[in-house]
Write a protein that binds this ligand. Structure first.
Ligand SMILES: Nc1ncnc2c1ncn2[C@@H]1O[C@H](COP(=O)(O)OP(=O)(O)OP(=O)(O)O)[C@@H](O)[C@H]1O
Length: 238
């Protein structure tokens, strides 16, 4: 099974945002989409999720799939507890007993079992984002769309959340489209990194990253070579 974004174009009132963008990816991979601010990355995710249509080109593989989202803002409901925030996305789909089991499992995966009855306002920013991660995985989706979910967080928190994410994904693989403007994040998270141009966004190049996650350290020379490749692509003309 694969997903194709086939020469997609999108403009808003004459502003060309995405131009002839082509991607073909296998399922259950973490695909990083790396591009500068304002390049059209969020617009691309909106086209993938069907929120907005493409003007030209087509996408395939996404129809009839369930999608989870993870945004920069945690988007938890402040009047619901941690447990009920996760339950909220599962209701109507799954029996109460099974929901309880799923919620307990994912809260355990993000080390928040002791906080299930807390309200979002009682949690730190990182904990709230971990609840959002647990919720995204608890939802029975095949696709996970992540729009700069760790942006603006401090270095250690980013690292904790990245590690929590990789642990969740390794235990329960999904097809992940992860948008970022941060090269280091793309290097640490992606199995394939699509480098986009400035707006209008098109693909400058695709860099595979086959290095196992536990070997992705700063002094890994293979990772440094991949980083150089990305830098070369970023500074190249299309
Ligand atoms: N619904 C819309 N109507 C008009 N213009 C839009 C709309 N959505 C996005 N744009 C414009 O399209 C351009 C790309 O926006 P988009 O949010 O996709 O970029 P991005 O790469 O995700 O940026 P950032 O990293 O800053 O979030 C921006 O100039 C934005 O103002």
């Amino acid at each position: 099974m694969s997903f194709t974004i086939d020469h997609v174009n999108k403009s808003f009132a004459g502003l060309e945002v995405i131009k002839d963008l082509f991607m073909q990816v296998e399922e259950n991979q973490i695909i990083c989409i790396l591009g500068p601010s304002g390049a059209g990355k969020t617009t691309l995710l909106n086209i993938i999720s069907g929120v907005i249509p493409a003007d030209r080109g087509k996408i395939s593989g996404f129809a009839d799939k369930n999608i989870s989202y993870l945004f920069q803002e945690h988007r938890l409901l402040p009047w619901k507890t941690v447990e009920d925030n996760i339950d909220f996305v599962l209701k109507d789909k799954i029996s109460l007993k099974e929901r309880k089991r799923i919620i307990a499992h994912y809260l355990d995966m993000v080390d928040l079992t002791a906080f299930s009855a807390y309200y979002p306002s009682q949690l730190s920013g990182g904990m709230k984002q971990r609840v959002a991660l647990a919720r995204a995985f608890a939802y029975p989706s095949e696709i996970l769309l992540m729009d700069e979910p760790f942006k603006g967080l401090d270095y250690h928190l980013k690292r904790t959340l990245r590690e929590a994410f990789i642990k969740l994904w390794q235990a329960d693989k999904r097809s992940v489209f992860f948008v970022t403007h941060d090269i280091e994040e793309a290097l640490l998270m992606g199995q394939e990194i699509y480098v986009l141009t400035d707006r209008p966004a098109t693909v400058k190049g695709k860099v595979p990253n086959p290095i196992p996650y536990y070997e992705r350290t700063r002094n890994n020379s293979a990772l440094q070579r991949i980083e150089n490749e990305i830098h070369q692509l970023l500074s190249s003309r299309v």
